[in-house]
Design a protein around this ligand. Structure first.
Ligand SMILES: [Zn+2]
Length: 113
């Protein structure tokens, strides 16, 4: 839960740092990208954020989550590709893969009314 709470806190800080108080009412929702390998419960982040926003200047703001595809890079041929699944071998040459980006939580999009 601690991890989820800190993510929710970061969303609040992002809003406060990037928008003026008079703009808060124009924001409909914040879309949050979550890497597929992030170990965090989206429902718990949302619950934490719902508690935080009640005390903030944007009590009606919604957050939405999009789980990113995994991005792989082949160790042998260097090709990059994304996939929803957990690939083991490169589809081009059969080589070993490493996962490039998958453990991040970031602000993907701000949707205005
Ligand atoms: Zn390859």
């Amino acid at each position: 839960m601690h991890h989820e709470l800190s993510i929710a806190e970061r969303v609040k800080i992002f809003i406060e740092q990037n928008f003026k108080p008079e703009e808060f009412g124009n924001i409909e929702k914040i879309v949050i990208g979550i890497g597929k390998l992030v170990v965090a419960d989206k429902n718990q982040i949302e619950e934490a954020f719902n508690v935080i926003k009640k005390e903030s200047d944007f009590p009606d703001l919604e957050i939405k989550f999009i789980t990113d595809e995994l991005l792989f890079e082949c160790k042998d041929c260097g090709k990059k590709f994304s996939s929803q699944g957990y690939e083991i071998h490169c589809p081009y040459c059969g080589g070993d893969l490493r996962v490039l980006s998958c453990d991040e939580v970031y602000i993907k999009e701000v949707v205005f009314k």
